[in-house]
Every structure is written in structure tokens, then in C-alpha cells.
Design a protein around this ligand. Structure first.
Ligand code: SPV
Ligand code: MN
Length: 626
């Protein structure tokens, strides 16, 4: 007899008990029973993904007050997170590390036993007066080599509802799986709530990752990046699994870029949060397959990728009719959308940079808001949080790629890496080889912190492959896995480096947000060998004539030689300083750095020094043309 299942019986309705009986995996029952015991759940709701169950979750999210049905358009609701719970919390997120083992110094970690006792102490009795909701999810399309099944137990109806919009249902995956199927586990409680239904004990927030048990614990937070377990929490476990199994789990969007003759070429792109990942994936005229997390596997010696998710938890700031017409329209049409941390006035949502007139009062993440309202430290509270978001299913977008559910994924022809780099890298360049791209663009990715994580903005830092916050293995091993993955492929994707944030001496951006469309089209031509390039010390640069044509065709813009030279001048001192910083970071923090990283960066330094000898500090791209 399965004692866990029997123990659960008293907390379940007859119908829900039957839903669990169909799953032939005692580990599933064990996780649910232990979670319920620890949190002392009043009762348990099992979501079988039946439309009735989904409707119940949605209705409870509103009835509980976690979401508010205060917007005029049908299907739209609003959720607020606590004032200090507006982004991923790096300080509160820790890896549980068994005694005697240490992760790289750059990772936030805690002794496993100590961490487990801390987080279990915080979770204890947290659901006494509440229902524990159990959701089954399929990460990646179901019944595919990519599929990873996951379960989340949570006491937040908002979290359970958001998962419905953002992930593929997984109950059937569990019903069909055999008794030894491995799965990821997430236990979450929003903790004590205030009258606005936001987590009250912000100072006791904990997000702990226990890779030994494939389990994540999250408590005293509701912000989706900390609570929707299948987003960044399960991602941390997936990166680990990928490394041991020889595939890649990446913080990457996936898009189909449309080229001459009706061809479509797929690209993935890694960018830290709030650095242009979603807006690239959503470029008009192209198709979006994913905007945040990709699994990439070697299938038949070709890299193929799937979107782990099925929806977008997108930054709403700056979504406006001029730059993002398709998502702007979706956000103004009927259909299921959860807005978070926006301003509500007269049944309408407002956000920063939306390009329309903004009211001077309303309700936002600080409660009743009026223009000029200040926080406890006397700082003016913006009308909406910079990290305000929307959750919407990808299929609601008119340019959702039709291959989104292909169990074999799509063939990846190009990979791009981009951060917020004001000084060094040119707007777009192509690597000399897979390893050169992985090392000098991916593993050397530098950026500035943004509002997507709690803490100061604008602080420069290394963010390896844009997944440093999520790497749950020694950092060097992750770099190594990436290098090896590409080397095994018969035809590795071409690796590009992009930088949408290059500035001039006066601190002004050298490019408009729309320019990225030109860079994408240039990459597409390069994949097919249909555009030339200039060999510079840091990579292959576009030729002026090619960009001029693309600017005209894509953006109807005259692109001058002067602009080109400003944007693509190789700034040698800045690039040398960058290599210095990156090498120092690895020397000081990453004991298992592959030697190839130092070699490739040394070669890049040599090329830069030679160019400096010959041409001086700032070298026009045309100097490298011959
Ligand atoms: C990001 O910040 O990279 C996101 C949103 O995709 S979060 O869920 O916070 O990770
Ligand atoms: Mn992300």
C-alpha cells in the first residue's frame, strides 16, 4: 500500500484523490504529502489541467484577492507584489551545498543542512488556513526528448494561475510516465499576507535550491521570478541536469528570422534581464518561438532548441505603439492576461513609457498612488514599477512561430549574446569560431545591473552567458560544457555578439532601439554566406554597404558612413581593459576555468595590441578592410 497516498486522503476530495491514484509514482505522492505535512495545509487541491480545474484556479485567484478583476477588458486581471518584492532577490536565493563541497565563490550558497532547517522552519505551518494547490507542468513540449516534468505545491492562487498562462500542462505526462520517472519539485508559500494580499515578512524571504533532492523551496515572496517555480527556479536545476547529460539549458529567446526567398532561419539569443531579449524576439515581421528559456540538444549532430515555456512574463515598461505594436495590441485586446505592478485608473492599466497620457493617481504597488507620492526614504514612487510585467500565452501573439510545439524543436543556425556594455563591444559582430564566440561573447558577457533584480541599478558586472544568477554547478564546468557541446556538432551554430547599449563619450546611446532589426537581418545573411565581413581583432564586422542597404529596406532610414564608423570603431583600450577584467574575474572566482578561456582571450589581446601598434587606440572598421 502507498502510505503517502493514504495519508493524503483526508485532505483531498474524492475526485482529487482519484486524480492522484492515476499517477503511478510514489515519489510524487511523497513530495505532496511531505509538503502538506510541513506547511500544515488545511486542504489540498489537485489540478488535473481539466478546464474546470483551471477555471477554479482563476476564480480563486480573484476571490482570494491575489488578483483583482478591476480592468475593463475581458480576461485581464491585476496582481500586486509587495513594495520590496518587485524583482528576483539574489541575496535571498541560495544554493544548498553539502558539507565539504563548495560552489564557485561567485555563487550565493549555504550549508545544506543549515539551509534546509532554516527554510523548513519558515515554511512550517504556513498553509494552516489555506489550500495547497498542486500543479503538474511539462517543461518543453510533452512526449519529447526535451520534456522535463515538474510539480509545484503552492498556496498562491496567483502563482498557480500564472503557471497556467506561462507553461504547458503536465498532468497527463505524469499519468503516462512510469513509476521511476524523475521530476523537479517546487514548494512555495507566500507566507503571512497583509490586507492587500502581499507577502508581509519580506525580511524572511528565502529561495533555496536543493539540487540533491531536485527540490526548490520558496517562502515569503510572490514576485513570479521567485515564486513561479518553473521559471527561474527549475531553470537552476535544469542547468545542472543539462551539464551532466551534455546538452544546454539557456537564458535564451528563440526566434525565426525571415530572409530572402521566404526562408526562415532560427536564432537563439542570451541577454541578461531587461537588456532587449524579449523585444528582439518580438521584432515585427519575424516570428517568436520563445522569449526567456531554451533547452538546446544535439539531435543528429545539429543543435535543436525548444522553448521550455509557452507564455511570456514580459517587462511592460516602454511597450508602446511605436516600438512594439504587436504586443501593445495584445495588451489592449480581450484574452487572459495578468498585469503585475502596473497602475490602475478608471478600469485601465498604465505603465512607464507606454506613450500615452498618464493619470495623476490610481492604485499601484504602493497602494493608493498620487503624483509626487514618496516612499519611507523620501524617494518619489513612480506610477508603476519599472519591473511591472504582463503574463500572456505566446499563442495570443499574431507572430507566434508555428513550430512552437514541435517535439523535435527547431534547428538553431545562430546564437547571439548581448549585455549592457556602454564602452567596449561594437553593436554586432560574428565570432571566428564556436569556441571564440562562446568565450569572448558568452563567457565574457559584461552588463550593468537592472531593475529586474532587487538592488542598485547600473552596477557593471560579469554575467556569464547571461545565466550567472542561475548556474548551479561550478562556473568553469558550465563554460566547458558549452564549448564541448558545439565541438561535437557537425555544423555548430554561428555565434554572434551584440550590444544595443554602446554609448559615445558624452554618454549618449549610439543606436536607436529599432536598429537591432538590422543587426538580426545581417546575421541571417551571414548564416547563408550572403553578406561580406571585415576581419577585426574582436570578430567579423559588417560592411558599410550591406548595413546601408538593410537600414533602407528594414527601417526606411538613411544610414550614414559617419554613423557606421562611430558605431563600429574598435576601441582598443576599452577592449583590452575588458579582457583584463574578465581574466581577473575567472582567476579570482572560478578555480575550474578551462585553459581555453585564457588562451582565446590572450589571442584576442594579442590581435588588439598589434592593431594598436599599427593604427592607434581607436580604429575605424575600414582600416581592417583589405
Ligand atoms: C528575468 O528577469 O530574466 C525574467 C523575469 O525573465 S524573472 O521571472 O524575474 O526571472
Ligand atoms: Mn529571464
Amino acid at each position: 500500500m502507498n502510505t503517502y497516498l493514504e495519508a493524503l486522503k483526508i485532505k483531498l476530495t474524492e475526485a482529487d484523490y482519484k486524480k492522484l491514484c492515476v499517477i503511478d509514482n510514489s515519489k510524487v505522492h511523497e513530495f505532496i504529502a511531505k509538503s502538506s505535512d510541513l506547511c500544515h495545509a488545511k486542504n489540498i487541491f489537485i489540478c488535473s489541467d481539466d478546464p474546470k480545474d483551471i477555471a477554479h484556479i482563476r476564480q480563486q485567484a480573484i476571490a482570494s484577492g491575489e488578483e483583482k478583476a478591476v480592468l475593463k477588458i475581458k480576461g485581464h486581471t491585476v496582481h500586486f507584489d509587495g513594495f520590496n518584492d518587485q524583482g528576483r532577490d539574489r541575496k535571498a536565493t541560495k544554493y544548498l551545498v553539502p558539507r565539504g563541497i563548495s560552489f564557485s565563490k561567485a555563487l550565493n550558497q549555504i550549508d545544506r543542512q543549515q539551509g534546509l532547517s532554516e527554510v523548513k522552519g519558515l515554511l512550517m505551518d504556513s498553509m494552516k488556513e489555506r489550500t495547497m494547490i498542486v500543479r503538474f507542468i511539462s517543461l518543453g513540449p510533452p512526449n519529447s526528448v526535451f520534456t522535463i516534468p515538474g510539480i509545484q505545491c503552492t498556496d498562491s492562487w496567483y502563482v498557480a494561475h500564472a503557471e497556467d498562462i506561462l507553461y504547458r500542462p503536465g498532468y497527463q505526462v505524469f499519468c503516462q510516465a512510469d513509476s521511476s520517472t524523475q521530476f523537479l519539485r517546487v514548494l512555495h508559500s507566500a507566507g503571512k499576507l497583509n490586507k492587500n494580499m502581499t507577502s508581509l515578512e519580506d525580511d524572511k524571504k528565502a529561495i533555496y535550491i536543493d539540487h540533491m533532492d531536485s527540490t526548490i523551496y520558496s517562502v515569503n515572496t510572490q514576485y513570479a521570478g521567485n515564486s513561479v517555480g518553473f521559471k527561474k527556479l527549475a531553470f537552476r536545476l535544469a542547468i545542472r541536469k543539462a551539464n551532466y547529460e551534455g546538452w544546454l539549458a539557456e537564458h535564451m529567446m528563440i526566434m525565426g528570422v525571415h530572409g530572402p526567398g521566404g526562408r526562415k532561419t532560427y536564432f537563439t539569443g542570451a541577454f541578461p534581464s531587461a537588456c532587449g531579449k524579449t523585444s528582439t524576439a518580438m521584432l515585427p515581421g519575424e516570428t517568436i518561438l520563445g522569449d526567456d528559456i531554451a533547452y538546446i540538444r544535439d539531435i543528429g549532430s545539429v543543435a535543436r532548441a525548444v522553448n521550455v515555456e509557452s507564455g511570456i512574463f514580459g517587462i511592460i515598461k516602454d511597450v508602446n505603439p511605436k516600438d512594439d505594436i504587436s504586443i501593445f495590441n495584445v495588451l489592449h485586446s480581450p484574452g487572459e492576461i495578468i498585469f503585475s505592478n502596473i497602475l490602475v485608473n478608471n478600469e485601465k492599466p498604465y505603465w512607464l513609457g507606454m506613450g500615452t497620457e498618464i493619470p495623476e493617481k490610481g492604485i499601484n504597488f504602493s497602494g493608493e498612488w498620487y503624483k509626487g507620492k514618496q516612499d519611507d526614504e523620501g524617494k518619489e514612487i513612480p506610477l508603476a514599477h519599472k519591473n511591472a510585467r504582463y503574463a500572456v500565452a505566446l499563442k495570443k501573439l499574431e507572430n507566434c512561430d508555428p513550430e512552437i510545439d514541435n517535439p523535435m524543436g527547431v534547428e538553431v543556425s545562430g546564437i547571439m549574446y548581448g549585455g549592457r556594455d556602454a564602452k567596449a563591444y561594437v553593436p554586432v559582430q560574428q565570432s571566428f569560431s564556436w569556441s571564440h564566440g562562446i568565450i569572448s561573447y558568452g563567457a565574457s558577457l559584461e552588463t550593468e545591473t537592472t531593475f529586474a533584480t532587487i538592488g542598485k541599478e547600473g552596477i557593471p558586472e560579469i554575467n556569464i552567458m547571461s545565466i550567472q544568477d542561475f548556474i548551479s554547478i561550478p562556473l568553469g564546468q558550465n563554460v566547458c560544457n558549452n564549448i564541448e557541446f558545439g565541438k561535437r556538432l557537425k555544423k555548430a551554430p554561428i555565434v554572434f555578439g551584440v550590444n544595443y547599449f554602446l554609448r559615445n563619450k558624452e554618454g549618449e546611446f549610439l543606436n536607436a532601439p529599432q536598429d537591432k532589426h538590422v543587426w538580426i537581418k545581417w546575421m541571417e545573411l551571414r548564416v547563408h554566406g550572403e553578406a561580406g565581413a571585415i576581419r577585426a581583432p574582436t570578430g567579423f564586422l559588417p560592411k558599410y554597404a550591406d548595413l546601408q542597404k538593410l537600414f533602407k529596406r528594414i527601417l526606411k532610414k538613411e544610414y550614414t558612413k559617419e554613423e557606421y564608423i562611430k558605431q563600429f570603431t574598435i576601441r582598443i583600450p576599452e577592449n583590452l581593459a575588458k579582457i583584463e577584467r574578465v581574466q581577473r574575474f575567472y582567476q579570482e572566482n572560478v578555480t575550474d576555468t578551462p585553459i581555453e578561456l585564457f588562451e582565446i582571450l590572450d589571442q584576442q589581446r594579442k590581435r588588439l595590441s598589434e592593431a594598436k601598434e599599427k593604427f592607434g587606440d581607436f580604429v575605424s572598421p575600414e582600416k581592417f578592410e583589405w
